[in-house]
Design a protein around this ligand. Sequence first.
Ligand SMILES: Cc1ncc(COP(=O)(O)O)c(C=O)c1O
Length: 372
Amino acid sequence: MVARQVPFFNYRALFESQEKQITDAVVDVMRRGAYILQQDLAEFERRLREFLGVKYAFGVADGTNALIIALRAAGIGTGDEVIVPSHTYVASAASIHFVGATPVLVECRDDHLIDPAGVRRAITARTRAIMPVQLNGRTAAMDEIMAIAAEHGLKVIEDAAQGLGSRFRGRFAGTFGAAGTFSFYPAKLLGCFGDGGGVVTNDDAMGEQLALLRDHGRDARGEVVAWGTNSRLDNLQAAILNIKFQSFAADLDRRRWLAAIYDEGLRDVSGLLLPPAPGSDPDHHDVYQNYEIEAERRDELKKHLEDRGVRTIIQFGARAVHQYEGLGLTHYRLPRTELLYRRALLLPMNTSLSDDDVQYVVDCIRGFYGCH
Ligand SMILES: Cc1ncc(COP(=O)(O)O)c(C=O)c1O
């Protein structure tokens, strides 16, 4: 018998912890017959705008469509190159592909975020944009990225699917570039009960384009004035997100607390590279969408944890974007990213975990490396 079960993520707990509130909200939306572009979505968009301090926020179908729409609104298309890290979900690169542009893959650094030096090396005459990915609830060194973009006249589209609430020098992920995007997939920092996404901007022209693109090119009067698509966050999901938003700040604090337990318990274990600890660098306010470590003897450690009831995963199906055979990008050589994929492991990190759960994971890892 194992002492304890620590699932990687408990989807049912998301509902159970707020069952009455959520059920009431769902029934309310249904009774009003308020399904598409209704007041709950408008309310959610207002909350998102106010939380991030941005001028425009749109709820859209999902984080992938948010990226596609943002790229289109920025005028990125056929013949253009967009620089993106290879350590990301395939959706970041796929969004570039689907607007007709070419994803150009670059390295990450030890904090697992885009390497500005790699960005500089990847710039060609066709480069039009940089897509930093604010992975694991951390914002990249956006001062360097914005400086490179300004120097070369490039747009910045931030994939902040995993970054809502994280900050660099006090500024929120998603608010640095021409547009920023978010995912509200259930396991995300702010998750709904299905697919959901958001896109934000401070730019009036981008705001106008995004509004048209996500609703069939229709303006405020319902007139079709441009080509658009259908990418609207369901009003029902927005109503659920409005409830989740109430505890969002506390949820982020909870994640930082759990990250501190991991850090405290694992900092002295040799053979591990941990994410930067909360508060360890005044430039970064990290919110730990994931707790991604690098571990020597990673596969053995994963098995050791599994045998003790602790579920872990390797992010993105254990492949960087350039390592998927089917995408035609296997010619890239990105040694830092490849090393990461030999050693990376996501430890359980979510608001359903107790302090004891996390301490148990720590103890199991210490046991594996013979640290007592
Ligand atoms: C970094 C990153 N970008 C984009 C996405 C796509 O978001 P969605 O699943 O909502 O389409 C994800 C989702 O996992 C992600 O982690």
